[in-house]
Design a protein around this ligand. Structure first.
Ligand code: PGA
Length: 252
């Protein structure tokens, strides 16, 4: 079964609506030749509709939110829901990004509830998993990743296979300039693929597994060439249209 290759940009807490418009004006002509559906951008939610409007009649770049709350609506000041995100143009949502887990204390079970909300809204969940440096040094990296996956997958309810993308992002590689080696990434991706196969069987081969953590134009090609690496989730280097376009060009 073939699977999609995806280059995704996580803008984190950057890019106002005005900056988003300027970014896309610069970026879109650079990626005209990239196959449909293979680029995704996760702007801050306040810039989502600006991004959606800039993409009308343009290349089919998918948009997503970086986080959401599992309730659909109600007295939850400050939150956004999956239906609101979908109405604003998001078809994707990051869930369980390490900054959510480690800065905002998001638990595995909260991550699972968010994945459910994403699927219920007809969107695709980009489930982020990854170990800290301490966990890696203690030889626990695979166990941690497997626990994070299990919290979402080992339930009566699990996401349909076509609504799930996995992003392996070792915490020690995020924003540090120290990416995993292609071998390290390939080894963990193979383990993730095995775990997916225990849950989804044959269909697991269609789920894209992206690598994220200090991806840049210099290391992207080697990481993409590693086995079971189907794409990249790019933070810092996605903030510059030229840099991000050069990474996207690798899957043209
Ligand atoms: P980075 O971030 O590329 O800046 O390391 C990746 C991410 O957090 O998704």
């Amino acid at each position: 079964m073939s699977r999609r290759r995806v280059i995704a940009g996580n803008w984190k807490l950057n890019m106002s609506p005005v900056e988003t418009r300027a970014y896309l004006e610069d970026f879109l002509p650079r990626v005209d030749a990239i196959p449909p559906e293979s680029i995704a951008i996760f702007p801050p939610s306040i810039s989502l509709t600006t991004a959606r409007d800039a993409l009308v009649n343009r290349s089919p770049i998918a948009l997503g939110v970086q986080n959401l709350y599992w309730e659909q609506s109600g007295a939850f000041t400050g939150e956004i829901s999956a239906p609101l995100a979908a109405a604003a143009g998001a078809t994707l949502a990051l869930v369980g990004h390490s900054e959510r887990r480690h800065i905002f204390g998001e638990t595995d079970s909260e991550t699972a509830r968010k994945v459910d909300a994403v699927v219920d809204a007809g969107m695709t969940a980009y489930l982020c998993v990854g170990e800290t440096l301490e966990e890696r040094e203690a030889g626990m990296a695979a166990d941690v990743v497997s626990r994070q996956l299990g919290a979402v997958l080992d339930r009566d309810r699990r996401p349909p296979v076509d609504r799930l993308v996995i992003a392996y992002e070792p915490v020690w590689a995020i924003g540090t300039g120290r990416s995993a080696t292609p071998d390290d990434a390939g080894q963990m991706h193979a383990k993730v693929r095995e775990t997916l196969a225990t849950v989804y069987g044959e269909q697991a081969t269609s789920i894209p597994i992206l690598y994220g953590g200090s991806v840049n134009p210099d290391n992207a090609e080697a990481l993409l060439a590693a086995s079971d690496v189907d794409g990249l989730l790019v933070g810092g280097a996605s903030l510059e249209p030229g840099k991000f376009a050069s990474i996207c060009a690798l899957i043209a």
